[in-house]
Design a protein around this ligand. Structure first.
Ligand SMILES: *Cc1c(COP(=O)(O)O)cnc(C)c1O
Length: 400
């Protein structure tokens, strides 16, 4: 069984700033709870019993380590060496469970009896509901009414697991509004409730906590690459970004290794030049959203604009502060991949490797066309989740 060192390797200061991004912009009534959370996290993240339980659950329950798979046919097509980090093979089908286990264990240690969560595609809702069932916690999941419709199988899974799904009808009824509703529910009962956030977003210390729990991904990649290729650093790591948690995990142990090129793929939707996009780094401005200062899609009046992507897990108008910072200093290269390119990536992976990826992960595959790789390059793509939940969309996208 692997022991995951949850060491802090992030460019974050004591106030939760990543360069000019981050911080903790919360209403007065939540300040004490944020403090309590920060203290508890710092105490338990270095606690050996907490770590042992995290390691054990990731191994026995989640099924880690996930394989690093050399995709031979894909490698041939692109004339390089492509490895897929198989987060799709985790219990519940995506990387979200890594963080849900970490935060769930923390909630339990803090004596909370109820967790709340937001969800877009439903993957985080399922992960949160799963962990709630496992640890004996009550669970309410806030989900945009539009997403409740387009992600029906995941709604049923959450209900089967005993969670209450709360449809949110404000705004365009998607992820952005679900986060607002979850934050409001947390404000209403902060003492008994633990907000189990699903991405590396929100007020400090959430982005840091989520990134550190997801760091298991790159910790494994290093070990596995060393065994498979003799070197632990790839030339490229590619990951899609909604809020930036799977990217944070896949980049984590390489952030301070300048020879590793990091490619962050955001969802262009119908194109970055249109209003129907989720490309918050390419198109956004720096402002405060959901508790932190970050890159956000805004209109001319500076109001938050609704995001659009074919993928419910990526149509969020913001981005975590770590990803905003890494992009602003040029540590990551940001590529925007549109709906059609993502659909094409999904079909290609299905037909060449026999793996149906999540629509979110398909954006990372879509970025393969945007970079010129050399024949000796080692390229790792974080395959953040599986595509079962997206079959309706794939059928409607007429790609079958
Ligand atoms: C939620 C989700 C994402 C986007 O969230 P991040 O926090 O940016 O990782 C990507 N892929 C899958 C499969 C997801 O479920």
């Amino acid at each position: 069984m692997l022991h995951y060192p949850l060491t802090n390797l992030l460019p974050v200061d004591a106030n939760g700033y990543y360069g000019e991004f981050g911080g903790a912009y919360v209403p007065e009534q939540l300040k004490a709870n944020i403090d309590e959370l920060d203290k508890a996290f710092r105490r338990y993240v270095d606690d050996s019993a907490f770590n042992a339980e995290f390691d054990r659950l990731l191994h026995d329950y989640v099924g880690r380590p996930t394989p690093l798979y050399r995709a031979d046919k894909l490698s041939e097509i692109y004339g390089t060496n492509i490895f897929l980090k198989r987060e799709d093979l985790n219990h519940t089908g995506a990387h979200k469970i890594n963080n849900a286990i970490g935060l769930g264990l923390l909630a339990k240690r803090m004596g909370k009896r109820r967790i709340i969560a937001e969800t877009g595609a439903g993957q985080h809702g399922v992960a949160a509901a799963t962990v709630a069932a496992l640890l004996g916690l009550e669970c309410s999941v806030y989900m945009g009414a539009e997403d409740v419709k387009r992600q029906r199988p995941n709604v049923l899974r959450m209900e089967m697991l005993g969670a209450t799904v709360v449809p949110v009808t404000s705004g365009n009824s998607t992820l952005n509004n679900a986060v607002d509703a979850a934050l409001a529910a947390w404000c209403a009962a902060p003492d008994e409730t633990f907000y189990l956030i699903g991405s590396a977003v929100g007020p400090h210390p959430y982005p840091e906590m989520v990134a550190r729990f997801q760091s298991v991904i790159s910790f494994e990649i290093k070990k596995q690459l060393k065994e498979m290729t003799g070197r632990e650093n790839p030339d490229y790591v590619i990951a899609c970004i909604g809020g930036g948690s799977n990217a944070a995990g896949a980049f984590y142990h390489f952030i301070n290794e300048p020879d590793v090129k990091l490619i962050a793929v955001e969802a262009a939707g119908k194109g970055v030049e249109t209003d129907e996009t989720a490309a918050s780094i390419t198109q956004g401005t720096a402002t405060v959203l959901h508790g932190s200062r970050t890159m956000v899609l805004t209109d001319d009046g500076g109001n938050v604009r609704e995001a659009y992507s074919i993928s419910a897990g990526l149509d969020y108008p913001g981005i975590g502060p770590l990803q905003a910072h890494l992009a602003s200093i040029g540590r990551t290269k940001v590529v925007a991949v549109d709906d059609d390119a993502a659909l094409k990536g999904a079909l290609m992976l299905s037909r060449t490797e026999g793996i149906i990826p999540a629509l979110e992960s398909s954006h990372a595959l879509g970025a393969l066309d945007a970079v010129k790789f050399g024949p000796d390059d080692v390229v790792v793509i974080n395959l953040s989740g599986r595509g079962d939940k997206d079959m309706d969309t794939y059928m409607k996208g007429c790609i079958i």
